[in-house]
Design a protein around this ligand. Structure first.
Ligand code: ATP
Length: 599
């Protein structure tokens, strides 16, 4: 492994307790693309120069060359070059440590040497490697919590011409084996904490295995904006020369395979290209006003940890900290849990937390429907009207409520810049105001499902629009409303097509109901009947249990629903559960629930 490019002293002169932004992604595969799981924290740069949106859409480079880039790695390289001219820049924070581009690139080159076995001078045993040490699209599995090591692993794979396959830590072994075999992984890279398990699984799959090198962090309390020492400048130059000597990756080359969460079937490998990833970064930078920023990972979600981090960012009555968080994004369950934590605090803590949360620039929500009572309560507590957006593994983000302008409750907003959306009805014709399947065309669209050409073909309609499988409608202002997954949330009851999400939204207004899932169960007379699974609020449960009464009866629910839902939309079966089974994304797998309830 290469010696680190600088000594401690040199690093110490570099670092700036800096102002960029901080992001967390709970699931490694979403790191660069969508912080769709539980939180994304961003803080802005003091410098107004933007990472991508200040450039024209076709010219996303960091700006120093004025040339357009075709891959995210070219952008990273430009930023890296720029950093070397203006001093060190932190790019990532995790576990209270900062990591700059220089450290990340240095580590990425170490990864490249591991993958291509340059160190030993031997021919690599990696399947797919060519004579020049280029991986030619070989798949590299990466197992690491959200961390600098994870990022360096991805960058190192890309520098080597490989395709990164992030492997979720939460996968049970059988699913891990499915993903590794399906994507035909050549080598697995993992951090020390997963060494044992990953080495043994790699052996079972006859796959190469190596540890990810650890990334050196920037020592704390480093003066900001200090120019690089001459020693470091020459290290940077040699790193850049090393990168330049590598074979170039092209925009259309595959970069990532992300496995779908499997809500609607066995996980499929979604292949994203370098060009597509770069487009997604540009689109979101423009739509959500991202600036050059530091990404801060919170490897493990903690209610207390999030509130605490906001309070540290904005202490009451004192000016904000240098590392202040400015953007946060989560799935609805995250906001529910944050509010539960808030409710257990004393009034002083509550007011400090509310004050801190109010100071953030932006808070977003997505991945599943945001219940109205949750949206309202969050606004009361933090002053933030959550920006709801819609995304999917296949194109990452496509629709969003606006950064500036009305954020409409119950909708996911309009198409993002350069994204087109249309609604196709059952007969294949387009509707401008009716109900149908949402189809998306976007520069960020995936290329194909890995090794599933038929499924890929079936998923597109003429003109390159991708069929999302979601049933939607659009209002008079062009805001889209998600009615649900066509094959899981759309119920066919006595000739009516009903949206489970719409019924859930109404039920959640009931005082007793904390969470609910509505689904259709087979019925001979009606085709399907509406079934509601309900989790009652804690205080209601506590009152009901001692007197052995249910927290809610079907009769009570029916009479409450009468003036809120049409008669054919009122559930006719009710289950009271202690909790709803949710996957890592906080989603309920209705296909599984249906199987369970039909037994
Ligand atoms: N804001 C939102 N409101 C309602 N639903 C949403 C929202 N954002 C995303 N979704 C749902 O999440 C889906 C995309 O999630 P993801 O790509 O993880 O797939 P999945 O359905 O969870 O899994 P799989 O593709 O394996 O079936 C969308 O198709 C949509 O049904």
């Amino acid at each position: 492994m290469r010696a680190r490019p600088w000594g401690r002293g040199a690093v110490a002169r570099l670092m700036t307790p800096f102002n960029c932004h901080t992001a967390h992604a709970s699931s490694p595969h979403l790191l660069l693309l969508r912080s769709s799981s539980y939180s994304l924290l961003l803080r802005p740069s003091r410098h107004r120069r933007q990472f991508a949106s200040d450039s024209s859409p076709a010219s996303p480079s960091a700006g120093s060359t004025g040339q357009s880039s075709h891959t995210f790695m070219e952008v990273v390289r430009e930023v890296f070059k720029h950093s070397s001219a203006h001093g060190a820049r932190a790019a990532i924070r995790a576990d209270q440590k900062s990591y700059g581009f220089v450290q990340l690139i240095s580590s990425a080159l170490d990864v490249h040497n591991i993958l291509c076995r340059k160190k030993d001078g031997d021919d690599s045993s990696i399947k797919g490697i060519d004579g020049t040490g280029f991986l030619r699209g070989a798949r590299i599995g990466i197992v690491a919590k959200p961390s600098a090591e994870f990022v360096a692993g991805i960058f190192g794979t890309w520098l080597s011409g490989g395709v990164a396959v992030p492997l979720a830590l939460s996968y049970p072994e059988v699913e891990l084996l499915h993903v590794m075999n399906d994507s035909d992984i050549s080598m697995v890279l993992s951090t020390k904490e997963h060494h044992e398990i990953m080495e043994s699984i790699s052996t079972k799959c006859s796959t190469g295995y190596s540890l990810l090198p650890s990334v050196e962090s920037i020592p704390p309390k480093i003066e900001s904006q200090e120019p690089l020492s001459s020693e470091l400048t020459s290290s940077v130059s040699s790193l850049l020369a090393e990168i330049d000597s590598l074979k170039k990756i092209e925009g259309n080359d595959p970069a990532l395979i992300l496995y779908t969460s499997g809500t609607t079937g066995k996980p499929k490998g979604v292949v994203h290209t370098h060009k597509g990833i770069l487009s997604q970064v540009q689109i979101l930078t423009e739509a959500w006003g991202y600036q050059r920023s530091v990404v801060e990972f919170m490897p493990k979600f903690s209610v207390r940890g999030v509130w605490q981090r906001w309070r540290e960012s904005y202490p009451s009555g004192v000016s904000k900290s240098n590392n202040a968080i400015t953007v946060f994004t989560g799935v609805p369950t995250v906001y529910t849990r944050l509010l539960q934590g808030y409710d257990t605090m004393n009034p002083d803590e509550q007011s400090a937390c509310s004050y801190a949360a109010k100071q953030l620039r932006l808070m977003m929500c997505g991945s599943s429907a945001l219940p109205s009572p949750l949206m309202k309560r969050w606004e009361e507590v933090t002053g933030h009207r959550l920006l709801e957006r819609y995304g999917m593994t296949e194109f990452v983000m496509a629709l969003s409520n606006p950064l500036h302008g009305p954020r409409k409750e119950g909708t996911v907003g309009k198409p993002l810049p350069r994204v087109e959306a249309k609604i196709i009805m059952d007969d294949g014709t387009e509707t401008k105001a009716g109900v149908g399947e949402l189809c998306i065309r976007s520069p960020s669209l995936f290329r194909e499902y890995w090794k599933r050409p038929e499924v890929t073909e079936e998923s597109f309609i003429d003109g390159g629009f991708f069929k999302t499988g979601d049933t939607v409608t659009v209002d008079e202002d062009g805001y889209f409303k998600i009615l649900g997954r066509t094959n899981a949330d759309i119920m066919k009851v006595g000739g009516y097509k009903l949206s489970a999400l719409e019924i859930e939204a109404v039920l959640l207004e009931h005082d007793t109901i904390l969470e609910c899932a509505v689904l259709g169960l087979p019925d001979e007379a009606y085709g399907e009947v509406i079934c509601a699974i309900i989790v009652a609020k804690e205080d209601v449960k506590e009152r009901a249990e001692p007197v052995s009464e249910p927290a809610l009866t079907l009769q009570a629910l029916t009479s409450w629903s009468k003036d809120k839902l049409a008669p054919y939309k009122i559930p006719t079966r009710l289950y009271l559960w202690d909790s709803l089974p949710r996957n890592a994304m906080g989603k309920v797998n209705k296909k599984e629930l249906k199987k369970l309830l039909q037994v």
